[in-house]
Design a protein around this ligand. Structure first.
Ligand code: SF4
Length: 507
């Protein structure tokens, strides 16, 4: 799909006796799907005048580290040489996009214990409150980003604890509300990754004979090994030292709240999140959609296609579960480079550029098109009207969505910030457990030019995930936000939205 943009990816490597940069570079490339707007790494080398060094700027990992020019990459990785380091790929959820906003953020200080760099993945829900508190302490904010706010809290707590890192992270946890997996390195040679107490984003680690490694997703660890991957617990920090890892609890465990969207859309299909395969989960979503299919589908008139790439396993298993595996086809190809948010132009124009239909698959057919989600609806409306019907020649298009309707914003790092922008939010009263009533569904189906529309139900989604609702964040589906600041933002914003609902244009 492409209506949602990712947050970030973090990684860390400790490779005693050798340069960690090539590993970090590869891990960042393997996390590229979590952010293509900027990339950077920070490394430590006590024999270097600049003990801690950061290389970062806007662009993809390859662009930041020398583009196609292999010599350029090697030069940068050699110049950044260090046996420990952290890496970051960024899609900014707050702040504008300049090199200064790209992470890691480095704070240079004459005292080695106060000189550090860090990157984080997520979004701070209580940022406004943190900003005013840190300003009261005399700090100045120059950039419109939560990363800068976090940097000042790190500085403040490092000063207040004499640099005792477990205590620094404990104090950070008392301040921060939201999703915030962190990778931290300092000029003393300390290297830490930490997962927020709710575990909203995934974080994993591995120790091999090559050293110790941590990353937002297991796909960035597989090149080191697939056995013995550790899924870092919510509220747990990992200290990477001498090629090994020590785990410590730095924060009280809160209600585990892994973002369900990681499974359905954000994470790489190859990854395993807290012990669960993304690929197998997506397949089960397809089977669950097949259970609630209402059309009388046959091999002759129908074809099932995914919106590439996330919906592929969903659509494939959907067709199999219906008993018609041969009607699964690739009818839509992603041709535009990168995600739609990087391009210029309005959203619909970007979507037109991003895909190309295959008319020989679609012409004259009744098409079931499967996607992971509908957020604003522009992407699906363009695909149905332009790619599948106008260019592809489909006779009918029936849309099937592997998530229940999204009715509320995300305050934990996903680019859907307001009720107004969500196509399903105004139908909240007409949705029960993810089941939207017929009238609301036909309004949205009309909006996206489809003959019919079916969403997965909450029950079906939970079965596909194989998880209990209480271990997940599904707040954008049911407004049960796991953190206090998320709940407060929901209260204020929903009140405001309800008041303005009558003034919204007709669907
Ligand atoms: S609100 Fe939705 S997108 Fe945001 S973290 Fe929760 S489940 Fe994920």
């Amino acid at each position: 799909m492409g209506e949602l943009n990712e947050f970030c990816g973090i990684c860390a490597a400790c490779t005693p006796g050798r340069n960690a940069c090539p590993d970090l570079y590869q891990m960042m490339k393997d996390l590229q799907h979590r952010g293509q707007a900027g990339a950077g790494m920070a490394t430590y080398d006590p024999d270097r005048k600049r003990i801690l060094k950061t290389h970062k700027r806007t662009g993809t990992v390859d662009e930041v580290f020398g583009g196609e020019d292999q010599g350029g990459i090697q030069d940068i990785l050699q110049e950044m040489k260090g046996s420990i380091g952290i890496g970051h790929t960024r899609y900014g959820t707050s702040g504008s996009l300049t090199s200064r906003h790209v992470q890691p953020f480095e704070r240079v200080h004459g005292l080695r214990g106060k000189w550090f760099a860090f990157g984080f993945n997520g979004h701070i829900a209580n940022r406004k409150d943190l900003e005013s508190r840190i300003k009261d302490l005399g700090y100045h904010l120059m950039l419109d980003t939560d990363t800068e706010v976090m940097m000042h809290y790190f500085s403040h707590h490092i000063s207040g604890t004499g640099g005792e890192l477990k205590e620094v992270f404990r104090r950070m946890s008392l301040d921060l509300d939201g999703a915030y997996n962190m990778a931290f390195i300092d000029a003393m040679g300390d290297l830490v990754v930490a997962r927020d107490p709710w575990g909203i984003r995934p974080l994993s680690s591995i120790v091999t004979e090559n050293g110790s490694f941590a990353a937002s997703e297991t796909c960035a660890l597989y090149r080191q090994g697939t056995e013995d991957i550790h899924h870092i617990e919510p509220g747990e920090m990992a200290i990477l030292r001498d090629g090994g890892i020590e785990y410590h609890r730095f924060a009280e465990r809160r209600k585990r709240s892994l973002c369900f969207f990681e499974f359905i859309y954000f994470a790489s299909v190859t990854s395993n999140l807290d012990g669960r395969s993304v690929y197998e989960t997506r397949k089960r979503c397809g089977e669950e959609l097949a259970r609630i299919e209402t059309q009388d589908i046959n091999d002759r008139d129908w074809v099932v296609i995914p919106v590439p790439n996330t919906a592929r396993p969903i659509a494939n298993s959907f067709a199999k579960a219906l008993g018609h595996p041969r009607i699964y086809e690739e009818g839509l190809i992603a041709v535009g480079k990168g995600r739609t948010f990087i391009d210029e132009g309005d959203r619909s124009a970007k979507v037109r550029r991003k895909f190309m239909p295959i008319p020989s698959v679609l012409k004259g057919k009744k098409v079931i098109v499967i996607d992971d989600s509908i957020v604003r609806s522009t992407t699906m409306a363009t695909i149905v009207r332009y790619h599948l019907k106008e260019v592809g020649g489909a006779k009918e298009v029936h849309v099937r969505i592997a998530t229940p309707p999204i009715i509320a914003p995300c305050y934990y790092g996903i680019d859907m910030r307001t009720f107004d922008e969500l196509v399903a939010s105004r139908y909240e009263e007409m949705i029960t457990s993810g089941i939207m009533d017929e009238e609301a569904r036909s309004c949205i189906a009309q909006k996206i030019n489809a003959e019919s529309l079916i969403y997965l139900t909450h029950e079906g989604l939970l079965r596909a995930l194989g998880m209990d609702r209480n271990n997940l964040c599904m707040a954008c589906l049911d407004r049960r936000y796991p953190t206090p600041a998320g709940q407060e933002l929901d209260r204020v914003n929903h009140e405001h939205f309800s008041k303005s609902l009558r003034e919204l244009p007709d669907p």
